[in-house]
Design a protein around this ligand. Structure first.
Ligand SMILES: [Zn+2]
Length: 331
């Protein structure tokens, strides 16, 4: 395993964070107009409960989530979340899609260890990854996030909570928890017998993506910088995402825990398939723009990934084209 050079502890205190000025909230239509990602918003339909925790070895436990929208039955548990048990405590790697989901995760931790949850990592702003954070509040952990996560939560948190309250009991939704330690570039967490290395990314899947590497086992936690089987959803920068993938590749991780998909995968083959989709999305969108197609005409022309077996393709691909077009038309 090779590691990219990183500086040491650069965890920055929250007091230094610039905050947006007002308490905005948005309807679904407004959110679409503003370019918010709806990949993780609730659906009124019903679906199966999330499956249980998988022990993927070396003290790492992952809930492999179904490829669904958030529903009452899955309680918002549609992202891969989990925890790492170290000698001195537990690190939660994404606390879940709702307070109910986070409480469930916490109960799964308590089944396996009496050690305290010392760190809760919130990988990015999307609600399926971070709305469960409040379930861990009374353990007083360090809530870790990208230095732009707080602003993103401030702008979108109320909108996400209102949408989730349309399908869950309001008490199960969860309060917004802001990170109390922020990662500007890189940071390390020491669980006693293992180092967890954090990397803050430029705009990619979102504008606040935080990934981490369990150095001891070479396991990468790319969160939603890696979708497997479920079509990727673009809520940041297409070209940025492709660039950040190359940073992850430099780490040469043996295996990875994707934000959506199997609990654990071989990193490179899984990433290669995603890169194929994102690259085709960029190429075909550029071609459509070069041909002078309007956005509406570009939508059916950009068929990247079609027939590739991506789950939820019909729900998200078109939105990806819209995002890509908006980004690439100004190149
Ligand atoms: Zn996401």
């Amino acid at each position: 395993m090779l590691l990219s050079p990183m500086s040491g502890n650069e965890v920055r205190a929250t007091g230094h964070v610039r905050q947006s000025g007002n308490g905005m909230c948005f309807t679904r239509r407004e959110a679409m107009a503003l370019g918010f990602c709806l990949c993780c918003l609730p659906d009124r339909g019903q679906a199966a409960r999330p499956s249980g925790i998988k022990d993927v070895g070396n003290g790492i436990f992952i809930r492999e989530a179904p490829h669904e929208e958030a529903t009452r039955r899955n309680r918002g548990g549609i992202a891969n979340i989990g925890f790492i048990i170290g000698r001195d405590g537990v690190l939660v790697t994404d606390p879940g899609g709702s307070l109910a989901d986070g409480r469930w995760l916490r109960s799964e931790i308590k089944i396996r260890t009496t050690k305290r949850v010392r760190y809760v990592v919130m990988s990015h702003v999307h609600p399926d990854h971070c709305l469960g954070a409040a379930a861990f509040g009374d353990e007083v952990p360090v809530f870790l996030g990208h230095h732009r996560l707080k602003n993103a939560l401030h702008a979108r948190g109320d909108f996400y909570r209102e949408r989730l309250a349309e399908v869950l009991e309001r008490d199960d939704v969860g309060e917004i928890i802001y990170p109390n330690q922020e990662v500007e570039h890189a940071a390390e967490v020491d669980l006693g017998d293992r180092i967890i290395r954090m990397m803050a990314h430029g705009r990619a899947h979102t504008d606040c993506d935080l990934t981490m590497l369990d150095v001891t086992t070479g396991t990468l936690f790319p969160s939603d910088l890696l979708f497997v089987d479920r079509v990727p959803s673009l809520d940041g920068s297409l070209l940025g995402w492709l660039a950040e993938v190359e940073r992850l590749r430099q780490i040469r991780p043996a295996r990875a825990v994707p934000g959506h998909g199997p609990a654990i995968v071989a990193f490179e083959p899984a990433m290669a398939k995603q890169v194929e989709y994102l690259t085709a999305l960029a190429d075909q969108t550029r071609q459509a723009i070069a041909r002078g197609l309007t956005l509406n005409d570009a939508l059916p022309a950009v068929t990247a990934g079609k027939g590739g077996g991506w789950a939820l393709y019909e729900a998200y691909h078109e939105r990806n084209v819209i995002q890509a077009y908006k980004e690439l038309e100004w190149e």
